[in-house]
Design a binder for this molecule. Structure first.
Ligand code: ATP
Ligand code: MG
Length: 431
């Protein structure tokens, strides 16, 4: 087997420099939004004990039962590449004694792993941005989480967004519903699709979320979770909807919206976009008041969401693809000149400038051609003569301005360089 036979694993993707321009632009906007909202970053290991996800996410979920990358390490411990971020964040907070401290507003971003059938917008290694509010139970925290997700997507210029919300009630509401729902499911089992039949024992709530048209139709006559909500749960939900209205965040109520992970309570929401096709969900989130206590922490309410970055990139506006132009191309030739050029390029990094140092040692005309190809705004030339006098030539690099904008500057004359950059590239020194 020779090296060029190697390929990446199915469902994983190389992100190449040209693609990453958009990723970096998108990430920059997101991080700025999070920073301005005083949300702090948390980084947890990509690898965790398998137990964490079995208990945290729930063994009856698709993610845990079918999609996890699980293996034994050399010490025979069962390890899993994280399929999502919430369980790890909860573990880290409990373990570091932070879950019962004042409320935490946290974000994470990074790769997740699920063994799924790869398609557009669905990979085996993919990326999520998640936000978690831990220790907050006010309904305004639900509203803030939803608006945060909404605003991030809007800031990225994504149109055609649909927000769907639902409530899953508290534990009691769900238990009451489940009792009746199970009775109904048993009575109607033979009308359900196979997948749904299998879920009756493992995860009956998920049946509500089926994509099977036939089952969907039959479910219309099933008991509805909504009718089992306590007064309190119902009021909470109505208030959240009221606040969303006041904030002019458009939403659609979807009483069948349940999320694929077991830990959710009360508010559940998804944001979809019509332009994504069948993998339409870009953001999923909800409240998970039981997770932290289930995992051995002190009872702590929490709510969060996760955005799939691959789908986000597919949606984000074309203008985010734009590469930042080269400001200065440094043409240089000859031993002395090349050292000076290298040193000058280091100095130029004190400015908010994109510089390209030509390392080819090729002829001046070849280097000029390259500068042209780069569409550099300006050009610095250092040849043997300039090097001897310890100076360089700088000028704008478009045909009309070649003559009048040229300046010869001594390496010691920082002021003159400052002035030239200020006047011609509208740049000030950034240190
Ligand atoms: P789906 O119904 O599309 O499988 P999900 O309910 O499994 O989504 P969540 O666990 O809620 O997804 O994850 C949140 C978001 O992460 C999704 O809305 C989606 O944007 C993204 N996501 C989930 N799985 C994948 C995947 N395999 N590849 C790419 N993005 C994904
Ligand atoms: Mg899924």
């Amino acid at each position: 087997r020779t090296l060029n036979n190697f390929k990446n694993l199915r469902g994983t993707v190389d992100l190449l420099p040209d693609q990453l321009i958009k990723w970096q632009n998108v990430e920059k906007i997101i991080l700025e939004q999070l920073f301005r909202a005083s949300i702090k970053e948390i980084r947890t290991p990509i690898l965790e004990m398998t137990e964490l996800f079995m208990r945290g996410i729930g063994e009856g979920t698709d993610v845990v039962s079918k999609e996890m990358y699980t293996f034994l390490d050399r010490g025979e411990r069962s390890c899993t590449l994280r399929p999502e971020g919430t369980a790890s964040v909860a573990r880290a907070l409990i373990q570091n004694g932070l879950s019962n401290k004042p409320p935490q507003k946290l974000w994470y971003m990074g790769p997740m792993f699920r063994y799924e059938r790869p398609q557009a917008g669905r990979q085996r290694q993919f990326h999520q941005l998640g936000v978690e509010f831990v220790g907050l139970d006010s309904l305004r925290s639900d509203v803030e989480i939803i608006t945060l997700a909404w605003d991030i997507l809007e800031k990225l210029g994504i149109k055609e967004l649909n927000l769907e919300i639902n409530t899953l009630g508290d534990n009691n509401d769900r238990l009451n519903f489940q009792k009746e729902f199970l009775k109904w499911l048993e009575a109607n089992k033979k009308f359900l699709d196979l997948d749904s039949q299998k879920r009756i024992e493992k995860n009956p709530l998920r049946i509500l979320d089926t994509k099977n048209v036939q089952t969907k139709k039959i479910l219309e006559d099933a008991p509805r979770l909504f009718d089992f909500l306590s007064e309190k749960s119902l009021e909470r939900y109505l208030n959240i909807k009221e606040q969303l209205k006041l904030l002019k965040i458009p939403y659609v109520e979807n009483l069948n919206l349940v999320r694929g992970l077991d830990y959710y309570t009360h508010t559940a929401f998804e944001i979809t976009s019509g332009s994504l096709g069948s993998q339409s969900t870009v953001c999923g989130g909800g409240r998970y008041d039981n997770l932290i206590s289930q995992m051995g922490g002190i009872e702590t309410p929490a709510i969060g969401f996760a955005i799939g970055l691959e789908r986000l990139i597919l949606l984000a506006g074309k203008d985010l693809d734009k590469k930042r132009e080269t400001d200065i191309y440094i043409v240089n030739k000859g031993f002395q000149a090349e050292i000076l050029a290298l040193n000058l390029s280091r100095k130029l990094r004190n400015y908010d400038l994109v510089t390209e140092l030509d390392l080819s040692g090729a002829s001046f005309s070849k280097q000029f051609k390259k500068a042209n190809k780069f569409k550099s705004k300006s050009i610095i030339v250092i040849g043997h003569n300039e090097a001897l006098k310890n100076e360089f030539i700088i000028r704008l690099f478009n045909e009309e301005s070649i003559e009048n904008m040229e300046e010869t500057i001594s390496f010691e004359d920082v002021m003159k360089l400052d002035n030239w950059l200020d006047k011609n590239l509208l740049l000030k020194r950034s240190f």
